[in-house]
Design a protein around this ligand. Structure first.
Ligand code: AMP
Ligand code: GLY
Length: 417
């Protein structure tokens, strides 16, 4: 079977890698892919939002199955178009992708179906929003409604901070014309719980945890993710059962009831609070960098899983017992401005027996060079998380490049006494 993966990051590299382990898959294409993905798939220069071109490509090349990585493609309705043209694709329709793309849609759905989440109210007028914050107090959470790539969330510790953010979002329209969801501030540990979903059917993956801040100790600016690991010692089987039965399954059922059944990967960004597990956000796709540590643990054939999602079939997912821990190497300066084009050496050696997933690299006659903010995720494995961390660190040390930095404390929560 021939498959097409859409996207160009570490997440898509991990998907391509998992597909390359499948017995049924004999050819993988990736659009647009990246220099690392090109080692395992044939990259095609079509952008993730060029839906017509992607559908033409899938048709012309007899692609049996297309898998969508990024939300940008979902938000413009790539799945709707593929389905109209009779092409098999794994991902939610534009209507179902609202669960990620519209915070208001997601919050209203959770409210209507009593899925546990932070209390909230939606505002489009600055004055009303400001008065609400004055009444309800701080800390409070302000979420600009729209796809702002994670930049639209402000945790305001003071009223002044809240006011400034509300001005940006509702008076100055810094992110565009939109509304703001004001949410109760929750405290607890966050984890990512991704599930394959096909209508009412939900098959959970192992949980993982991301590290969104740029620097050790969870300090510094927010990023696309600086590392992840799996499993999570502080999330029990009972927690996962609760997340499945009280959150993910009811959400899948609710989407069917609302007339926009979810097909694809439903990502629960969950928080374990003193009052139980609650939803922070949903994503309509695989998480990055969680996918880079979760898919290596998948023992089952991922092509079977994707087919079960697309065909409303059945499957039994099996997982390896080993632990994985991924460290993101990023260009110095990221998530601010950074330079590109620095040579990267030692990759082959460093990746042997584990995984290196490329995010922003370019292939030149000097070998790989840096070409993005986040450059790659180096994933180590071991019988325990401790061993996985040692393995990942050892591999990171083997990579030579003068313009990269990484966090040295990935997984810290798992090692806390
Ligand atoms: P989101 O884009 O909704 O995932 O929000 C980004 C980050 O803000 C989350 O990963 C949390 O760390 C934090 N956050 C979002 N909502 C809340 C909340 N209600 N209480 C506390 N922290 C939150
Ligand atoms: N790791 C968070 C995300 O993919 O949105």
């Amino acid at each position: 079977m021939k498959v097409l993966v859409i996207g160009s990051g570490g997440r898509e590299h991990a998907i391509v890698d998992a597909l390359s382990r499948s017995k049924q898959v004999d050819k993988i294409w990736c659009a647009p892919g990246n220099a690392g993905i090109a080692l395992q798939a044939e990259c095609v220069a079509i952008g993730v939002s060029e839906c017509e071109k992607l559908a033409d490509f899938a048709e012309a090349n007899n692609i049996a199955l297309t898998v969508v990585g990024p939300e940008a493609a979902l938000a413009v309705g790539i799945v709707d178009l593929f389905k109209e043209r009779g092409l098999k694709i794994v991902g939610p329709t534009k209507a179902a992708a609202q669960i990620e793309c519209s915070k208001e849609f997601a919050k209203d759905l959770m409210h209507k179906y009593q899925i546990p989440t932070a209390a909230y109210k939606v505002f489009s007028e600055y004055e009303a929003a400001r008065d609400y914050v004055r009444r309800t107090g701080v800390p409070t959470v302000l979420k600009y409604d729209g796809l702002a790539a994670g930049k639209g969330v402000v945790i305001a510790m003071t009223e002044a901070e809240a006011d400034e953010a509300l001005r940006d979002m509702l008076l100055d329209d810094k992110f565009g014309k939109g509304s703001v969801v004001i949410e109760e501030y929750l405290e607890g540990v966050e984890f990512s719980y991704m599930c394959f979903v096909s209508g009412h059917k939900v098959w959970p993956m192992v949980s993982a945890q991301d590290h969104k801040r740029a620097c050790d100790g969870d300090k510094g600016p927010n990023t696309g993710g600086m590392g992840a690991y799996s499993p999570l010692p502080f999330i029990t089987e009972e927690d996962e059962r609760y997340a499945l039965e009280q959150i993910m399954q009811p959400t899948a059922d609710a989407m069917v009831k609302e007339g926009c059944p979810f097909e694809g990967i439903l990502y629960g960004g969950l928080m374990k609070t003193a009052k139980g597990i609650k939803v922070i956000e949903f994503n309509a796709r695989f998480g990055d960098p969680e996918t880079e540590v979760v898919l290596p643990r998948l023992k089952s054939d991922i092509a079977d899983a994707f087919m079960a999602v697309a065909d409303h079939g059945s499957m039994q997912l099996e997982w390896h017992d080993f632990a994985t821990l991924g460290i993101v190497l990023a260009s110095k300066g990221y998530p601010g401005s950074y330079e590109k084009g620095f040579e990267i050496k030692g990759l082959e050696e460093a990746g042997r027996g584990a995984w290196i997933y490329h995010m922003g690299t370019k292939s030149t006659d000097k070998g790989f060079v840096t070409a993005g903010g986040r450059v790659m995720t180096v994933v180590g494995k071991g019988a325990t998380l401790q061993e996985a961390r040692e393995d990942a660190r050892r591999r990171v040390e083997m990579i030579e490049c003068e313009n990269l930095f990484h966090r040295s404390d990935i997984g810290w929560r798992a090692f806390e006494k």
